[in-house]
Design a protein around this ligand. Structure first.
Ligand code: ZN
Length: 272
């Protein structure tokens, strides 16, 4: 009976939020999504965890590699901003202040938190290999943030862990659990010993959006295929963290190829 009451509580919580307007639309794809946690709150939580991360990790001192990460990141983020402005969605990027960091760490990973805070690990660079390879990853990660997938995951996790407790109450009462939710929501698993993949739907959506944004930024979207193929060969006993959160199956690559004509149309426009 107690379990039933908890489930009912959660259902009521979701219903109230839906009625209260807890819904938003993903740019480019137009998908409607449930967002129980306000984006401004997600950005504020992200900034707190991001600052702690930057203070407790070693930033790379390799000038060339740092310049590469910033250069690619800036090109992609400018393309995102231009698209959002053209679509009348600039307000979706309220609170965004882009930052691109290279962290000295052999983990194969990269992420972008809400608010535009991007981290690439040096361990990823041998796999991205080229500037377009890195554009593939950054386009994909930035898309997770712009599509508010972190908020979606946080909404799910909040429901699982706290039921109908409001986020602010959860923060006061269970700061450690809340921190874990924020970190896992953005694929920063190893920091909290928890690796949680994005849902397949979110992955495909970030692939599609990332492909379009890299093309809008003037990178050949065809270059994303060899990157994902390199990734798919990295399996084995202990797959890299990026692969744990981004499993590369045959579907992933074939779906990317399906979307290629759309992306190439945007790419060609940048070359005129
Ligand atoms: Zn992803």
């Amino acid at each position: 009976m107690k379990i039933h009451l908890q489930v009912l509580n959660k259902l009521w919580f979701v219903l109230i939020l839906i009625v209260a307007g807890g819904c938003s639309t993903v740019p480019l794809t137009g998908r409607r999504q449930l967002s129980l946690v306000p984006e401004s709150e997600v950005i504020s939580l992200s900034l707190t965890e991001y600052d702690k991360f930057i203070k407790s990790n070693k930033l790379s001192t390799d000038k060339n590699k740092i310049a590469l990460v910033k250069h690619v990141g800036e090109r992609i983020s400018k393309a995102v901003e231009a698209y959002m402005a053209g679509a009348g969605l600039s307000q979706n990027l309220d609170g965004y202040k882009w930052e691109f960091n290279l962290v000295e760490d052999q983990t194969v990973n990269a992420w972008c938190m809400s608010g535009g805070k991007v981290v690439v690990y040096t361990g990823l660079l041998p796999l991205t290999l080229t500037e377009s390879g890195l554009a593939t990853v950054l386009g994909h990660e930035i898309s997770h943030a712009v599509a508010r997938h972190g908020s979606e995951r946080m909404s799910d996790q909040m429901l699982i862990q706290f039921g109908s407790t409001a986020l602010s109450t959860a923060l006061d009462q269970k700061p450690a659990a809340t921190k874990n939710i924020v970190m896992t929501a953005f694929g920063i698993g190893s920091q909290v010993g928890l690796i949680l993949p994005f849902s397949r739907e979110n992955e495909y959506e970030a692939d599609y959006m990332g492909l379009i944004f890299m093309a809008m930024a003037g990178y050949d979207p065809n270059e994303s295929i060899p990157f994902w193929e390199r990734m798919s060969r990295q399996g084995g006993q202990k797959p890299p963290e990026f692969l744990s959160t981004h499993p590369v199956d045959a579907n992933r690559i074939s779906r990317l190829k399906e979307k290629m004509p759309d992306a190439l149309a945007y790419y060609k426009k940048t070359k005129k």
